[in-house]
Every structure is written in C-alpha cells, then in structure tokens.
Design a protein around this ligand. Structure first.
Ligand code: BEZ
Length: 210
C-alpha cells in the first residue's frame, strides 16, 4: 500500500549520523522533509546533500527538520560526510538515516524494483506538524532534485494551512495567491477585509497574507 497525501507518516526507529531516533519524537512539533538518496559515495547525492545542508537556515525559518536516508551503513555515512563537507562548501547539519536492512526504505516504498531492487530512488516526503504526509515526490537516481522547489512547496503548504489560500501555477513567495474554493465570499470578507479580485466566481485572487 503506497503512502499518499493525507496519510499519517509511518513512524520508525533508526540509526542516524546524529544517533538513534524515533521518527515522530524527533519531528516533535516541526514539519519534516524525509528524502532518500540511492547510494553513499555517489556524485549526484553528494551535491544534493550539500545543497540541503547549505539551505538549513531556510528550513529553520519554516520550522522544518530535514533528514536523509540511504541503505548504506552508518560507517559509510560518516566517511562520506567528510567528502560532502570538503567538496560542497557546507557543514552537514542534519541527520542521515543508515538503513542497511532497508526497514525504512521498505516502509516508505523508496525501492522501486524495476529501477533497482537494491537501492532507493530519490523520494521526498514533506510531513506537516500534524505528522500527515503533505507532498510526495519521486525522482530517478540520475536526476538531482530541485531544493528551491521543495522550499517553494513548503511555503505554499504553510500558507494554505494558515490562511486558506492556494497558490497558482509557477507561484513564487510574495506573489498573489488564490482564495480556496471551500471559503465562501462571506467568510473570505472576514479573512481578507482589504478585498480581492474576482476573475471568475471560482478564481479569487488576493495579495499573499504575511
Ligand atoms: C548519483 O548519486 O550520482 C547516482 C546514483 C545512482 C545512479 C546514478 C547516479
């Protein structure tokens, strides 16, 4: 059974580069990004982990904890960390799960056997403060992910959670947003007293709430 948006993020215990964790306890009241990379000591993964580490201030601003995973053992993660720091202008500042028995990889269906029955694909799960899955992404091993896009989606998700707005195509933080259809005009008047532009009754555009 695959993990879908709205499901509770499955809990697990695991060894990480920052010690053993219980995933839900480790998340606490934060949002989370759990992402898998196929193998240690591989080039694309090295660049992705460096990028994620350099973006820590951006994740912190959004109250998001980041955690990586590969099916290699802890010793490999620790050795590889030195390479990542040496080559990617970063300090590794988030834990990486060591999952050599594939417990977490299987729980989150990160292994797609027709791609590889040994290593994970590049999965991303964004998890809300309520421990629910908010986004799933799956990239092939050969394509590095776009972490700016992951931050963009988190901004959109957090706006929706707080202000009942949705974000249009190619939206970037600071641009106009859309009042969710579930909010009546009556209710919208209370939430957005400065008004909005009705392009169609179902397409109501409003300045991005702060
Ligand atoms: C990489 O991370 O560079 C990689 C891993 C598996 C297949 C292709 C690339």
């Amino acid at each position: 059974m695959s993990i879908r948006i709205g499901d509770e993020a499955p809990n697990f215990t695991a060894e990480t580069t920052e010690g053993p964790i219980n995933f839900h306890e480790w998340l606490g009241s934060s949002w989370g990004v759990l992402f898998s990379h196929p193998r240690d000591y591989t080039p694309v993964c090295t660049t992705e982990l460096g990028a994620a580490a350099r973006l820590k201030p951006e994740f912190d601003k959004r109250n998001v904890k980041v955690i990586g995973l590969s099916v290699d053992p802890l010793q490999d993660h620790l050795g590889w960390t030195k390479d990542i720091e040496e080559t990617q202008n970063c300090t590794m500042n988030f834990p990486m799960i060591a999952d050599p028995d594939k417990t977490v990889a299987n729980l989150y269906e990160m292994i797609h056997p027709n791609a590889s029955d040994t290593f994970t694909v590049r999965s991303v799960f964004v998890i809300g403060a309520d421990k629910k899955i908010k986004l799933t992404l799956t990239y092939p091993a050969s394509t590095g992910r776009n972490f700016a896009e992951i931050l963009r989606v988190i901004d959109s998700l957090q706006l929706t959670a707080k202000h009942q707005v949705a974000t249009p195509v190619n939206w970037q933080n600071g641009e106009d947003v859309i009042i969710v259809p579930a909010l009546s005009d009556e209710a919208a008047k209370e939430k957005f007293p400065e008004g909005w532009k009705t392009v169609k009754p179902y397409l109501r555009v409003v300045k991005q709430p702060q």
